[in-house]
Write a protein that binds this ligand. Sequence first.
Ligand code: ATP
Length: 239
Amino acid sequence: MSTQPTSRLAVSTRGLRRQYGERVIIDHLDLDIESGEFVALLGESGCGKTTLLRALARLDEIDAGTIDGPTHPAVVFQEHRLLPWGPLWRNVALGMDDASGKTQAISALREVGLQGRENDWPRSLSGGQAQRVALARALVREPRLLLLDEPFAALDALTRIKMHVLVKELVQRHTPGVLLVTHDVDEAIDLADRILVMRNGKIAQTYLTQHSDQKARASLRLELLQALGVDISQLQTAA
Ligand SMILES: Nc1ncnc2c1ncn2[C@@H]1O[C@H](COP(=O)(O)OP(=O)(O)OP(=O)(O)O)[C@@H](O)[C@H]1O
């Protein structure tokens, strides 16, 4: 059976279920992400966002349903997970043939703004630079599906915004389907074409973003906060 989707879909799930003991975390969940589409997944803490991402990454088993998508999608986690005993190019080219891998790694590092740093070691990097390398490593194989599990959460606010600009450029150029798990409503609005709110193991709400319309953006922000259980009457922006 082919594991690659046949349509423009980067990944598709039907009836996905995951439970731990008696607790159902993902409950008959259907999800389609198209190639080039940027989808953000929000939800209250513990609702199952990471469980879903890990299932799509094939890092966890599922109990029922189907996943039609790549068996080795690219994943970037909150922590960079670079190997400390290899230079940056080796980290990016992990598992690739040395000669062509190095050339591709150098080009990928250039794309993330780390030109000339291929022979440096992970310990010489700032947190933001390390996440740039993690992005280069994720994209060097031109993945059909890119899974991002809060990759910018540990970065300072300015670095995070710079990473948003970078990741948006990279996704436009490489056109993987993207699923971003985040707690940050503004990050979801900045980056995503479509925002999903997960509740009770399902996709409870779907929102399409309109990046150019500031008013629509502000009201989407409030809607999302409300969907996530925030009492927005106490916020100044609600006025
Ligand atoms: N290996 C496991 N064994 C048992 N329960 C687990 C396991 N992994 C996760 N859970 C439970 O599944 C639920 C969903 O966890 P998950 O990490 O997917 O939530 P999340 O939405 O990503 O949360 P957060 O936003 O806090 O990161 C939680 O109640 C968690 O305790």
